[in-house]
Design a protein around this ligand. Structure first.
Ligand SMILES: O=C(O)CCC(=O)C(=O)O
Ligand SMILES: [Fe+2]
Length: 262
């Protein structure tokens, strides 16, 4: 807890056994098989033939989307293999301590390649319903080399007071993102913070705080995958209006799928 409070993250080496991880990888591979793809309701953010990510239904995505960076959204809604990993009782016990209450899965993301996502705080995109009660986990589904675009982060950046957008909140307002980035850059520099990278081994887990400034480093070698499972958690008690299901002493939000632009 002391390390978490000072640094805003935890590294748990070898937290998951190969068995659990292999089941997720096998499930992921099977998803791309033609008949499973066609039957699925899964929503994917792809980066093929577009500068920015584009949200589409997996069944309508180009066949080669799987060979380029993408995010598969909310597989926890589809598969108890994923649910049982992201709400494993030993993990739930840790999240209960960090959040001070039972965790609620609010989304999951599956990556094969690095995200190359700019430095950000997750409260921009899924601010906790109460205070800063959000935590996220990054589970390595394989070893990650330094040139595969590892997760990067500034230890201690979670203590930077959140940037306030003109609407008064901390969730992103698209036309003020430059101001946000300047504010955060100045804040990490004035505190003398230095970015670190998480070059994980399969089964390792990284947990971070709502306000940890982090992103995906550039992929130096496009041949290299970097399979990972990211989960964002709120607190169950902070979300009395959401439909929740229990697993492993924690909960998941039985949400509707991310809307796909027509
Ligand atoms: O895995 C990454 O590169 C970044 C993922 C991330 O920042 C997120 O999903 O919140
Ligand atoms: Fe993030």
């Amino acid at each position: 807890m002391a390390f978490w409070k000072t640094n805003g993250f935890l590294v748990l080496p070898g937290f998951f056994s190969d068995d659990g991880i292999n089941r997720v990888n096998q499930y992921m591979d099977e998803l791309w098989e033609q008949e499973n793809r066609e039957r699925s309701n899964i929503v994917i953010d792809i980066f093929v033939g577009t500068d920015r990510e584009k949200r589409v239904n997996l069944k309508n995505s180009p066949q080669d989307a799987r060979f380029f960076p993408f995010k598969l959204n909310d597989l926890y809604l589809e598969s108890d293999i994923v649910r049982n990993v992201v709400l494993a009782p030993q993990l739930v016990a840790i999240l209960r301590q960090l959040l001070g209450a039972a965790p609620l899965v609010c989304n999951t993301l599956n990556f094969i390649y690095g995200s190359q996502q700019q430095f950000h705080t997750d409260s921009l995109y899924m601010p906790a319903p109460v205070d800063l009660n959000l935590a996220a986990t990054w589970i390595a589904l394989e070893d990650c080399d330094d040139d595969a675009g590892p997760l990067q982060y500034y230890p201690g950046s979670h203590l930077i007071p959140p940037f306030r957008f003109s609407h008064g909140g901390i969730n992103a307002k698209a036309d003020e993102m430059e101001k946000y980035a300047e504010y955060m850059q100045r804040a990490v520099e004035s505190r003398g913070l230095r970015a670190e990278r998480f070059c994980a081994r399969k089964g390792d887990m990284f947990i971070w705080h709502s306000q940890l400034f982090h992103g995906g480093s550039p992929i130096q070698n496009l041949q290299k995958s970097r399979k990972s499972l990211v989960t964002h958690y709120w607190r169950s008690i902070d979300c009395p209006k959401l439909s929740q299901e229990p697993v492993g002493q924690g909960f998941y939000w039985k949400r509707s799928r991310q809307p796909v632009p027509q």
